[in-house]
Ligand binder design. Structure first.
Ligand code: 4NP
Length: 156
């Protein structure tokens, strides 16, 4: 069975992309799809830090543990290594496209492209809001992950 390498990307790599990684891992296991996963940020503000405690708590409610992840910044090799690099919002996507080396292998797309759910494919940044934003993020990411994994299944 083919293994897909997928990198989830947001700005700080402490709220959305670590959550996306954790949810994708669970969704893929449910569908017997093999994924090698990592997450990264376009910015370096939080390099080395664990995910935001509010993201850890929101995922814990879905029995997903993301507390061992550590933030890192996207690097050039990622575009050669991963099959898919999925961005949480348009600014992330634009920043990724700016540094994407020509001829690299990764499909660089909006993660939200894989569902017609809310907000034109963007996963809203919950960082400056309250805890309800983190639950909404979890549910949105779960919908997208389901569609994304089903998309991968159609390619097998
Ligand atoms: P994330 O959220 O991109 O989903 O990890 C943010 C985390 C930190 C900041 C902004 C967004 N920040 O400005 O520090």
């Amino acid at each position: 069975m083919k293994t897909y390498k997928v990198l989830t990307v947001c700005l700080g790599n402490i709220c959305r992309s670590p959550a996306a990684q954790g949810i994708l891992e669970k969704t893929a296991a449910n569908h017997n799809v093999f994924l090698e996963l990592d997450s990264a940020g376009t910015a370096a503000y939080h390099v080395g830090n664990p995910p935001d405690p509010r993201s850890i708590a929101a995922l814990h409610q879905a029995n997903i543990d993301i507390s061992n992840q550590k933030a890192r910044q996207v690097r050039e090799e990622d575009f050669h290594y991963f099959d898919w690099i999925v961005a949480m919002d348009k600014a992330n996507l634009m920043n990724l496209r700016k540094i994407q080396p020509k001829g690299s292998r990764a499909h660089v797309v909006m993660f939200g492209e894989f569902t017609d759910d809310v907000h034109f494919g963007e996963v809203d940044d919950p960082y400056y809001g309250g805890e309800e934003g983190f639950s909404a993020m979890r549910e949105h990411l779960a919908n997208i992950s389901e569609s994304f994994v089903l998309h991968l299944k159609t390619q097998q």
